[in-house]
Design a protein. Sequence first.
Length: 319
Amino acid sequence: MIHRPNKNTEPRIMNVSRGGRPPSPAMMIAAPLPDDVSVSFEFFPPKTDEAAETLWQAIKRLEPLRPNYVSVTYGAGGTTRERTHATVTRIADETSLAPAAHLTCVGATREEVDQVAQSYWDAGIRHIVALRGDPPPGANRYEPHPGGYAYASDLVAGLKRVGDFEISVAAYPETHPEAISAEDDLDNLKRKIDAGATRAITQFFFDPEVFVRFLDRARKAGITIPIVPGIIPVTNFNQAAKFAKMCGADVPAWMYGLFDGLDEDPETRKLIAASVCAEQCRVLHANGADAFHFYTMNKADLCYAICHIMGVRSFATAA
């Protein structure tokens, strides 16, 4: 929960001070094990047979955790359309998981997008993650495709005309890099909800207070749908920092300190990544978050460990 001593004060994080240090000796990890957490996982379609095997191993490793759903991304410019469809349908056919397919506005007409959506509906896929999408390779900025859906809100409305999909959309706790303002960004989220979206998944972030403040602003703006924090376990810090810069996500100074000197030490990086991510999730849970969306990077081990810490157990463990 979020403490609000009076209506004029800003939301504060439970058990975390402004400097990011606990105000008491209490350890978040020692708090009672959560029993109300649900999770979802995001994968990307493989480019090679070897990558496909790695992906499938990750899927099978995480399947016993009974996630609400698993999503499969759609490459920049729609470059992975066929591979995304093949991965989604294989998950539906060969596992007990509920797959969600990503769809974007990039590189296709409305008719072409509608045909893809119809093929998912015909295959029994009922959940779509609807995104505007990134510019195709070589393009400096996003331009709507002639005859295509211009923005995510348009795509959501179009998908609803194809079928009664469950539709998730993106939200940006630190504001989309192309948004005029934070308020304009929230207005865009509202448009997607008005068009039929029923869940928002956030861009990844590292400071829990970023999410708490964003959620507070969203609720004050009248947004009531579930807003699920997007979590990325960082194993390659330099790569994650570059990606965060592209996405407009801040990397706190303390993270640079934690990963400093570990460029050639992947095992230690993994241990630190697990510690950071687990603490992030426990703090978010202490402040009311009970659902988490993990950007797996097609790797299962860290996500599995963090889920265990969050009380999400496999069939065998739960039994």
